[in-house]
Design a protein around this ligand. Structure first.
Ligand code: TYD
Length: 153
């Protein structure tokens, strides 16, 4: 099954929304396979946001991501990357559809609640960046037969 990375950003922790956001993923049927609070550093953010290094907001983005610890989550499910990304909604909360996480919880392009991996390839790279192998747990949810039909598994 596919795994993806979610980072609950500092704005989410500051606003006391961490539990509510994790709850949405759990209720959808995604399995929490790893979770930890961590203080991000300039080094890890230079790597993680390398595709944005020439953008004018790069410095501000890194500062905001280091302003408090974040919570890194590894979520698992069939096509988890795309599902989680759709649940997050458009990058800018003001453009995000109601019903999405950003569309329900934020008004900002940067203080936008979550980071989510954008492809299965990047999810693998990002999970290795934030988790050691022993921090990812593989167990079978007891309700698996009710989360998916047999021919989907
Ligand atoms: P990006 O990878 O484009 O979006 P997403 O988080 O939806 O995958 O951008 C990464 C983060 O950079 C984004 O979550 C918030 C920040 N950002 C800004 O601060 N200003 C901007 O104009 C954009 C496009 C992104």
């Amino acid at each position: 099954m596919e795994k993806t990375l979610v980072l609950l950003k500092p704005c989410t922790l500051q606003r006391g929304l961490a539990g509510e956001i994790i709850n949405r993923f759990e209720k959808r049927g995604l399995r929490l396979a790893g979770m930890k609070m961590m203080q991000l550093t300039d080094d890890i953010l230079n790597e993680h946001y390398a595709h944005l290094k020439d953008k004018p907001f790069f410095g501000m983005l890194k500062d905001s991501m280091m302003s408090t610890p974040v919570i890194a989550c590894c979520l698992e499910g069939i096509e988890a990357v795309q599902t989680v990304r759709m649940m997050a909604g458009a990058t800018n909360g003001r453009n995000a559809q109601p019903g999405t996480i950003r569309g329900d919880y934020c008004m900002s392009n940067q203080q936008n609640i979550v980071h989510t991996s954008d492809s299965p390839e990047n999810a693998e790279i990002e999970l290795k960046r934030f988790f050691k192998p022993e921090e990812i747990f593989d167990f079978t949810p007891s309700n698996l037969a009710y989360l998916y039909a047999l021919d989907e598994l």
